[in-house]
Design a protein around this ligand. Structure first.
Ligand code: FE2
Length: 646
């Protein structure tokens, strides 16, 4: 000891300390070198959802009989036919996911390096193609990286998918393996299934020969009756078998430490206009704390920040923003925060509507009913209205697949609807006000007595929580009515007492020179959806009281824009002006041309009918300003086929 100098002692101490630190680091590294998480469905009880997993697509996640089941709900555009369920907060770069697949359906797969709803790598056993595929899914599309032939003979399928650096490898136990290269990045692990219904649609081009065929099997009463027959049960069983992936075990193994899932925006759209602003809609894939940035320039200089809170049910958020400059274009985007990570959403914009009484010009498009997103959506995008009101039958969610008639699937349907690439140009720069008609409530001829839960909560969270509403747009005031929620045949009402009282009171109080009532159900005394969608059949007393109220108590000019019935017409008689631009996109042959082939032709002979057509899709175009309201009907080829100036 004596021979050690003070300096040597210090060095020895430092060395010992360093050694200790090294040891600790090595220990920690060893602990971090690998981790694994096992989802063993054989030990989990039956119920909804998978613990720690999520799915933002059109799908049901269930546990039952020792299996984790992923049901893909729809292959009808714009629904993604391959919904991905992913493990939250298990992000890694290098590692593997392996699963015991008890049933593959049309195709099941394992996902790695998922960084967003449409951004991941997948190894898919495709039962229809008899192949093991390696694909890259990106927002731009799907690219196949590798493929090997394999026909599964039955029994459990052991599938694994590994990523190391840029190398991706997938294998089936006792089958082939495939390899490719991918971006070195960390992401979520997950699984997918493939939806197969009777009538898939991949979006444009529109298929006129098929028309609205997918409306038939499950969307209407006749179809539902068929599905309850023996043949119908077989069809349903086939759809279920093809669309379901079932797992008994899913294992994730990786090096390093699992990192948190960074939230992604699934859909961001501007909703219903409000005085000096709008309701903004946001859907994310995991819960997030949201701050909204608003500015009058797209670079967000001098942006206003609004703390909008945490996403709620279905990872959605509706935020009312106001005090924005009337008549000006406002840009907005969302900042998502979760567990210290931040993500920035896409930029959206809308024009704040001119304040009440302003003579400034405003344009509003109003339409109803589309089962396909045909050429009218290009016409609408090119015209770029300030606001677009779609009053009902928003792609007929009750017809996109029998497995999709559930609350989680409707949340997925509305997310995908709002993320629809065919509506993107419109939704990126327009106020989008929506209203439910019967099919959006999940049931044809929905009314207060047959509502289903999946028609309620997902819409309320993702599209809008106000059942009926009004807003001002310069010289006009617009009412948007709900005619299903409170509808009662016995009481002879489409509106219910509270909504009717609100409508009469606010109409009488309104000083707007032009009043536009958006009423999905038609008013004119003409044959139209007599079964259950006309104010003129069974609900005349309520309709007549409203028209009398307008005649005697309401100032200015009131007009009606309707929908629901799939042939377009304009009616003007006895103080009722009704334009019914409908549908927005249901190619012929459709329900009307098949069952009432002469409806439009006969109507042209009727007094008061100024226009009638059942061949093409139409939208109403309202131009308000300069002391006038001009209503045009615009056909899908862009032609203005009717115009009236008030
Ligand atoms: Fe419809």
């Amino acid at each position: 000891m004596a021979r050690l100098s003070r300096r040597e002692l210090l060095e020895a101490g430092a060395a010992a300390g360093a050694a200790l630190a090294l040891q600790r680091a090595a220990g920690a590294r060893a602990a971090r070198a690998a981790w694994s998480r096992t989802l063993d469905f054989t030990t989990l009880g039956d119920g909804e959802g998978w613990p720690g997993w999520r799915c933002a697509g059109v799908a049901n996640l269930r546990r039952g009989g020792g299996r984790g089941v992923l049901e893909a709900g729809s292959d009808v555009f714009p629904c993604d036919p391959r919904p991905v369920a992913f493990a939250v907060d298990q992000r890694f770069r290098d590692g593997e996911i392996a699963a015991v697949v008890e049933a593959a359906g049309a195709g099941t797969g394992l996902v790695l390096r998922r960084t967003g709803p449409r951004d991941y790598y997948a190894a898919i056993y495709d039962d229809e193609q008899g192949a093991l595929l390696l694909v890259r899914r990106s927002p731009e599309g799907i690219a196949e990286l590798a493929r090997a032939r394999y026909a599964h003979a039955g029994g459990p399928l052991r599938l694994s998918f590994r990523a190391t650096g840029t190398r991706l490898e997938a294998a089936i136990d006792g089958g082939p393996s495939v390899a490719g290269s991918g971006l070195e990045r960390s992401g979520d692990p997950g699984v997918l299934a493939t939806a197969r219904t009777l009538f898939p649609s991949a979006g444009p081009p529109v298929l006129p020969a098929l028309g609205n065929l997918h409306l038939l099997p499950y969307g209407v009463q006749e179809g539902q009756a068929f599905m309850q027959t023996v043949v119908g049960e077989q069809v349903l069983g086939r759809i279920r078998e093809r669309s379901t992936a079932a797992f008994s075990q899913i294992v994730v193994r990786a090096s390093g430490l699992p990192s948190y899932t960074v939230p992604s925006v699934v859909a961001a759209t501007t909703g219903t206009p409000r005085t000096g602003g709008a309701t903004l809609r946001l859907a994310t894939d995991v819960p997030a704390r949201v701050t909204l940035e608003l500015a009058t320039n797209p670079r967000f200089r001098r942006a206003r920040r609004v703390r909008a809170g945490i996403t709620g049910p279905f990872d959605a958020l509706l935020a009312d923003v106001g005090k924005l400059p009337a008549g000006r274009r406002v840009y907005w985007r969302a900042r998502l925060r979760r567990r210290g990570r931040e993500a920035l959403g896409p930029v959206r914009s809308f024009r704040v509507l001119p304040r009440a009484g302003s003579p400034e010009r405003v344009t509003i498009a109003i339409g109803a009913c589309a089962a396909q997103f045909g050429p009218l959506f290009d016409v609408l995008a090119a015209r770029r209205p300030d606001a677009f009101i779609w009053q009902g039958d928003l792609n007929y969610p009750d017809t996109v697949g029998p497995l999709a008639q559930t609350t989680p699937c409707y949340a997925g349907i509305w997310r995908e609807f709002l993320a629809n690439p065919r509506m993107a140009p419109l939704l990126e720069s327009t106020l989008f006000a929506a209203q439910r008609d019967d099919h959006d409530y999940g049931v044809q001829d929905a009314n207060s007595t047959n509502l289903v839960p999946w028609g309620l909560a997902p819409w309320d969270a993702l599209l809008g929580r106000r059942l009926y509403y009004r807003f001002t747009a310069g010289l006009a005031e617009i009412w948007v009515l709900d005619q299903r929620r409170f509808k009662s045949r016995e009481a002879g009402t489409l509106l219910g007492a509270a909504q009717r009282e609100w409508l009469l009171r606010t109409l009488a109080a309104s000083r707007a020179p032009f009043k536009v009532i958006c009423s999905p159900c038609t008013l004119a005394p003409l044959p139209a959806n007599e079964r259950d969608g006309s104010w003129a059949v069974g609900y005349e007393a309520e309709r007549d009281a409203l028209l009398e109220h307008i005649r005697t108590r309401v100032s200015g000019r009131t007009i009606f824009v309707t929908g629901d019935t799939h042939w377009t017409m304009v009616y003007d008689r006895d103080g009722l002006f009704e334009a019914r631009p409908c549908p927005l996109g249901i190619p012929t042959p459709n329900d009307i041309t098949l069952t009432e082939p002469n409806a439009a032709e006969d109507a042209r002979e009727q007094p008061g009918v100024l226009y009638a057509d059942d061949e093409s899709s139409h939208v109403a175009w309202l131009e308000i300003g300069g002391g006038a309201l001009t209503l045009s009907l615009v056909r899908e080829d862009g032609e203005t086929v009717f115009q009236r100036r008030f």
